[in-house]
Design a binder for this molecule. Structure first.
Ligand SMILES: [Zn+2]
Length: 148
């Protein structure tokens, strides 16, 4: 299991219906979404970067909005919920992406605008890169994982 974080920029405040979770007013600014994939994390991330897809996860509803854009992606070997706990920010949508959390995360989406670009304490495990638009060519070779 590998986890990842998407840094998402919302160009203006918008109301978005997040599937069955509800309608939320997302403030303009930057968000961190934390997720994980049992296998093929790169394919998962590539999917997130695509605007053209069937809406399945909560995050899909945010990422397919015209105002949103993924500006950074991080991969990590921390558990999804630990990684999520590291990101300090405001919860906008209670339950977002955290329906099957074992650690009672309130949300796997956090609004971090006021802290960007460095919401974390320094950690050598993390590598940043820029994901411009939805081009998959810009996805770098991430650190090889020793845990898969
Ligand atoms: Zn969680």
């Amino acid at each position: 299991m590998q986890s990842y974080q998407l840094f998402i920029k919302l160009n203006q405040s918008v109301e978005i219906q997040i599937g069955k979770l509800g309608l939320f007013n997302f403030l303009k600014g930057t968000y961190i979404y934390t997720g994980s994939a049992k296998k093929n994390i790169d394919a998962r991330i590539t999917r997130h970067l695509s605007k053209d897809k069937k809406l399945h996860w909560h995050i899909d509803y945010l990422l397919t909005n015209d105002q949103s854009k993924v500006i950074n992606v991080i991969k990590s070997e921390l558990s999804e919920c630990d990684l999520n706990a590291d990101a300090k920010g405001k919860v906008i949508a209670e339950g977002f992406g955290s329906s099957d959390c074992r650690k009672n995360c309130r949300s796997h989406l956090k609004y971090i605008n006021h802290q960007f670009p460095n919401p974390f304490s320094a950690s050598p495990q993390r590598a940043f890169f820029s994901a411009k638009e939805s081009s998959t060519k810009l996805i770098p070779r991430w650190r090889q994982s020793s845990s898969i």
